[in-house]
Design a protein around this ligand. Structure first.
Ligand code: ATP
Ligand code: MG
Length: 592
């Protein structure tokens, strides 16, 4: 296997040393109890995410530290200390008590990046209810479906989102008793809603978190819907042990750091790594209300003196599309660690990080189901461009070959020991943030396990040194003339061409080869799609990949279909090409 190696950063003067200095040694000595002990237990007994993320800092005398720096669309900044977040979340817990909620009830948000979302998250956890975020760009139907599956009793949202997305479907949600609006009061409140601010103003700002069983449910997160109907993954308070440990060891968070996770809090990353993991590590989180804008992002990284930045390949590719010159308008002297998640990170992206910021992007792999980072590139290790990295301490990962019955249920999983051989990425169950089930779909949950392994549904390889390499989702891998072709590998090769901004690769049925490779390509500004360019791209890919793997045909597209969280939906490319039903499109970017 050939790949570029980017050397581990030796640290600039004044920078803290990596939390995980020696991977092998640390991994051998690590157990989850160690991490558990670093998080204070709840005074009343048990373990509560909100206590580990907020109250323990206040009790330790660090309440004045800035927990959240909120940047409004118009650039006005507002700081919230740990003590302030403690009070606001206590108020919200009291609001829930006043509404007559019971432990285990479900509280949803449908909102953009606003402070009230974080008060709701933390207050709900303090109260002992279950928190579920909904992405603000969802249309009424995805909102209805998720509130219905989750049995939401309380929804926190804004006036305009309520009018557009909730009002039309409210009659179909008999369990939804309370709708609280963050930006309306008094006479402006539509019938059947209440004012979040008014309820908060009269609520007590002290709240004693009740004893919390670490196994009690805390979070409900819907998957992105890339491969089909979104599933509701349930997580327990115990998950914070993994959030904390992976924040510390994989993202290298140090107390007092300024940290920016660009994922929207409507998705699992925006909650687990946008709020819980960083707060449990005592850092300052940046929350920007505005949508993606390359110039704005560079300004935030520089002016906020961000130390650790966690973003996604789709965002990295959008920055790359705009060129290095734009990035060069600022200095990023405090930036210490760059990481990425959500989709495979093409080697081009890793290397671009090195060229522009002086450090590579560190890929991390995980899923809504795993609740926390499972495989990562670590600050103290060299980066193999294109690899997902190595398992985080406490995680046993393997490549397995799975046998399935005719209905697709796994019946056996055997570990593949030969290096570089492709198989399904599997994890040994038992880590703290492992999902506890899919809400309302026990059978689907059971189908994730065989022979003592959790089966991720992703295909990967493990090299002889223990690095994991992503191949593709099980459904996306292309079987052609006896080869197994990784769409990721083909897409990465195309991205090396100067005209290509994005690529989505699928297999189309072929009577001879079984399947042939077709690539859908989005071009960089200043390039036009033409037959000549298509021929050039095919030739370019052939040189890099060989004729068997290179695409047979290329189609140019202004915008590839993506999920709202930015993932290319290859199943839709395939269905559209073949005129097949599109399946669940509730998370498609252009809907809603
Ligand atoms: P659904 O399960 O509904 O089809 P989804 O799998 O996209 O949607 P998520 O849980 O948000 O929902 O995403 C997890 C998936 O994202 C992983 O299983 C993997 O396919 C992909 N992914 C995440 N990080 C990486 C990465 N670093 N490299 C490659 N793929 C990644
Ligand atoms: Mg998935």
């Amino acid at each position: 296997m050939s790949y570029e190696i980017l050397q581990a950063d030796s640290g600039c003067p004044g920078e803290p040393t990596p939390n995980l200095e020696d991977y092998e040694q640390f991994r051998a000595a690590f157990d989850w109890d160690q991490a558990r002990q670093q998080l204070a237990r709840l005074p009343a007994g048990g373990l509560n995410i909100a206590h580990a993320a907020i109250d323990r800092w206040v009790l330790a005398g660090c309440g004045d530290r800035v927990a959240m720096r909120f940047i409004r669309r118009d650039w006005e900044r507002r700081n919230f200390s740990y003590a302030e977040l403690g009070r606001q979340s206590a108020r919200f817990a009291n609001v829930l008590a006043g509404l007559g909620l019971a432990a285990g009830d479900r509280v949803f948000t449908l909102a953009g990046r606003i402070p009230e979302l974080y008060f709701t998250l933390l207050g709900t956890l303090k109260f002992g209810a279950v928190y579920c975020p909904l992405f603000s760009a969802f249309g009424p139907e995805p909102v209805r479906a998720r509130l219905d599956i989750g049995g939401g009793r309380v929804l926190v949202t804004t006036l305009s989102l309520y009018r557009r997305k909730v009002l039309p479907i409210r009659p179909q949600l008999p369990e939804l008793e309370h709708v609280l609006l963050t930006d309306a009061r008094g006479a402006d409140l539509p019938e059947g809603t209440r004012s979040f601010a008014e309820l908060m103003a009269t609520a007590d700002d002290a709240w004693r978190i009740p004893p919390t069983d670490p196994e009690s449910l805390a979070l409900l997160h819907f998957t992105s819907g890339t491969t089909g109907k979104p599933k509701g993954a349930m997580h327990a308070h115990e998950a914070v042990v993994a959030h904390y440990a992976t924040g510390r060891y994989a993202l290298d968070l140090h107390p007092g750091d300024v940290y920016w996770c660009t994922a929207d809090p409507g998705w699992v990353t925006g909650i687990s790594y946008g709020a819980i993991a960083p707060l449990a590590n005592g850092v300052t989180i940046i929350v920007d209300e505005e949508e993606f804008d390359a110039e704005r992002w560079y300004r935030i990284l520089a002016e906020e003196r961000v130390n650790v930045w966690y973003t996604a390949p789709t965002a990295i590719r959008m920055l790359m599309k705009q060129g290095k010159e734009l990035a060069a308008t600022h200095h990023y002297d405090r930036l210490r660690h760059l990481a990425s998640v959500g989709e495979p990170l093409n080697p081009e992206g890793v290397i671009w990080g090195q060229a522009v910021f002086g450090r590579p992007f560190h890929d991390t792999w995980w899923q809504t189901e795993t609740g926390a980072i499972m495989i990562a590139n670590f600050r103290s290790l060299d980066v193999r461009a294109g690899a997902m990295g190595r398992p985080v301490p406490g995680i046993e990962a393997a490549i397995v070959s799975v046998q399935r019955d005719p209905d697709g249920n796994p019946v056996a999983a055997e570990v593949v020991t030969t290096p570089d051989e492709q198989g399904e990425l599997a994890l040994r169950p038992g880590w703290p943030s492992m999902f506890r089930g899919y809400l309302g779909d026990e059978a689907r949950y059971q189908r994730c396990f065989a022979d003592g392994w959790y089966l991720s549904g992703d295909m990967a390889k493990r090299d002889a040194d223990g690095w994991f390499w992503f191949v593709g989702r099980a459904d996306d891998v292309i079987k052609s003339s006896g080869h197994l072709i990784s769409p990721f590998e083909v897409e990465s090769a195309l991205l090396e061409h100067p005209a290509v901004a994005e690529a989505g690769v699928v297999g189309l049925p072929d009577p001879v080869a079984g399947a042939v490779v077709k690539a859908f390509v989005e071009l960089k500004p200043g390039h036009e799609g033409s037959e000549e360019l298509a021929r050039q791209l095919i030739g370019f890919a052939r040189k890099r990949l060989g004729a068997a793997l290179a695409p047979r045909s290329i189609a140019f597209s202004d915008r590839l279909p993506r999920t709202r969280s930015g993932k290319i939906m290859r199943r839709l490319l395939r269905a559209r090409e073949l005129g097949l039903p599109e399946g669940d499109t509730s998370t498609l970017e252009t809907n809603g």
